[in-house]
Design a protein around this ligand. Structure first.
Ligand code: FAD
Length: 280
């Protein structure tokens, strides 16, 4: 049965902590392969990412996987973080270049492939490494083919698995798998799944990360949000994303990675519709 994994962001106040903990505990009952925690733009949540990952490790039986990006002060601070993870028996990382801080700036390394190489050189195989990939191509890539080649560089540097940016068009995933096979990229490519629950947030995210939001989805969700008909958005979003997941599994997706935004309901319903995950 395909595995599932869930992604969270580190909460920053009491209210967010309560909602994170509720989502974490509900989703852990599906017995996911792992739960990951994002690393804020520009490395802004370094400490909170670590605390959130350790809380998952402490409070659940699910493997916790921190995201780590090149946006750190120094190589020393990256190594300190990796040492701390290793000491706490964290064995899986999602390795990224990272979003740049809003005021600009750059990271310790220019690209995620450099950080993957660094980790393999200094930590060998102590961590399983996931990286990001982009079936609709990364917005900064010069050309689509260059982006594919850059993805291959991360795999050649030692990535074990990849998680895609979210998308709503299964053809993009199918084509991406074909391109990966052409380039002899053989690692599992796990689709990143974004539940549809809210128009404004999704429109903002999609613009930021270059994900294509099909017009038929966009307009329906916008109209319902204008009428504050959130139940119709919820039902429509659940149907659309369940259908997308079914198509992706038929195309051979080895697992599904849910961007939960620290909420459990949509991911639980979609997994339930697909019979994915199981109670312990
Ligand atoms: P890279 O693989 O380094 O690619 C970045 C860009 O540089 C691409 O356009 C690529 O084509 C280009 N490139 C790569 N190598 C070269 C080269 N040698 N020469 C020229 N161009 C090159 N961001 C966060 O800040 N925190 C998170 O926790 C986080 N989690 C994420 C999780 C997933 C699953 C995904 C898909 C993305 C996540 N992001 C996160 C967003 C990610 O950091 C951004 O998309 C970022 O802009 C690119 O990261 P990357 O690791 O894919 O970069």
């Amino acid at each position: 049965m395909p595995q599932v994994s869930f992604e969270f962001f580190p909460p920053k106040n009491e209210q967010q902590t309560a909602s994170f903990e509720q989502a974490r505990d509900r989703l852990s009952e599906l017995n996911p392969e792992y739960m990951s925690v994002t690393f804020g733009a520009g490395g802004s949540t370094r400490e909170r990412t670590r605390e959130t990952v350790l809380a998952i490790q402490r409070e659940t039986t699910v493997q916790a996987a921190p995201h780590i990006s090149c946006m750190s002060e120094s190589i020393g601070s990256i190594n300190d973080l990796l040492d701390a993870y290793r000491e706490h028996d964290i064995r899986r990382l999602v390795v990224l270049r990272g979003d740049k801080p809003s005021g600009g700036g750059s990271g310790v390394f220019d690209y995620a492939a450099d950080l993957v190489r660094h980790i393999r050189k200094h930590y060998g195989d102590q961590f399983k490494i996931d990286v990001g990939c982009y079936p609709e191509y990364h917005p900064e890539a010069r050309t689509a083919e260059a982006d594919l080649q850059h993805f291959k560089q991360k795999v050649d540097a030692g990535a074990d698995c990849a998680i895609t940016q979210y998308f709503f068009n299964a053809d993009a995933y199918e084509k991406f798998l074909e391109d990966c096979a052409r380039l002899d990229v053989r690692i599992p490519i796990v689709p990143g799944i974004m539940p549809i629950t809210n128009y404004s947030r999704l429109a903002r995210f999609s613009k930021m990360c270059g994900a294509d939001m099909p017009m038929w989805i966009f307009k329906r969700v916008r109209d319902w949000e204008n009428k504050e008909d959130f139940e119709s958005i919820r039902k429509f979003g659940e149907d659309v994303v369940t259908g997308l997941c079914r198509q992706l599994l038929e195309l051979g997706a080895p697992a599904l990675h849910f961007y939960t935004l620290n909420r459990s309901q949509a991911s639980l319903r979609i997994c339930g519709n697909l019979n994915l995950g199981h109670s312990k």
